[in-house]
Ligand binder design. Structure first.
Ligand code: ZN
Length: 84
């Protein structure tokens, strides 16, 4: 069932049950799939890395916070690091 979430000036249409099923079919997040030291470090801290408000939005949308699509590192100047 499609639902709607207004988040700031963004309108999000989503189907929580279908999203949950899609995530249930995934074996892991990108960090586990990569397996480099940066990603393993992220995965070890993932459960405490996201703010509670963000975790609530993910839960509302049906997104498994342990199964991110991509992980990459950024340097202090905002550029993307070569690893990760
Ligand atoms: Zn990696």
């Amino acid at each position: 069932m499609m639902e709607q979430l207004q988040l700031g000036d963004q309108k999000i249409l989503y189907d929580r049950e279908r999203t949950q099923r899609a995530y249930a079919g995934m074996t892991s997040g990108d960090a586990e799939e990569c397996g480099c030291s940066h990603c393993r470090n992220f995965a070890a801290q993932r459960s405490t890395a996201y703010p509670e408000t963000f975790r609530r939005v993910l839960d509302q949308l049906g997104i498994d916070p342990a199964k991110e699509g991509e992980v990459y590192g950024c340097t202090a100047d905002g550029s993307i690091s070569a690893e990760g």
